[in-house]
Design a protein around this ligand. Structure first.
Ligand SMILES: [Zn+2]
Length: 163
């Protein structure tokens, strides 16, 4: 636990050097808990630990810590026309965000090539792409069932997915 109890979300974000959409959401009461919202969090200090962003100046500014806060375009990726609006943003660690993005774009690209789900699974397994945590690994390997789940999560709204 690094966040002091009683500190508001806005104050926490300001202490981390975060402005923009995340700050606005916190100010509007739409972020009440400063934690990494990625499906898988890789931070060994936990979802609630964040390193401050480096100040914008002097340039060149040091590159941000992997555990600095970022605003992720979700569920609609920026490359698909998504904007950082209140309905399309989630807070995450920089590194967790990057890994999630890599996963989503790789699956998207393969779906676009009309590869079957089994072929995609085989392709990703051959490249040793880490399994996505949103589904249970089967023998440590990616299976087509998982791909289907990810495909649904990528904008095809998995409403009919009871869980
Ligand atoms: Zn994280």
């Amino acid at each position: 636990m690094t966040a002091a109890a009683g500190t508001s979300a806005v104050e926490q974000l300001e202490a981390l050097g975060v402005g923009g959409i995340l700050w606005q959401l916190a100010k509007d009461g739409q972020i009440v808990d400063i934690r990494c919202e990625m499906p898988q969090c890789y931070c060994h200090r936990g979802r609630r630990h964040f390193d401050p962003r480096p100040p914008p100046s002097p340039s060149p500014s040091p590159s941000p810590s992997p555990w600095s806060p970022t605003a992720d375009h979700y569920p609609r990726l920026k490359k698909h026309g998504g904007h950082l609006t209140p309905d399309n943003v989630r807070l995450g660690h920089k590194l967790c965000n990057q890994l999630d993005y890599t996963w989503r774009t790789q699956i998207n690209a393969l779906l676009g090539k009309k590869m079957s789900l089994d072929a995609i699974a085989a392709h990703l397994n051959a490249k040793k792409v880490p399994n996505d945590p949103r589904h249970e690994p089967v023998d440590g390997f990616l299976r087509s069932k998982g791909i289907r789940f990810v495909g649904a999560a990528l904008g095809r709204q998995a409403d009919a997915h009871p869980d």
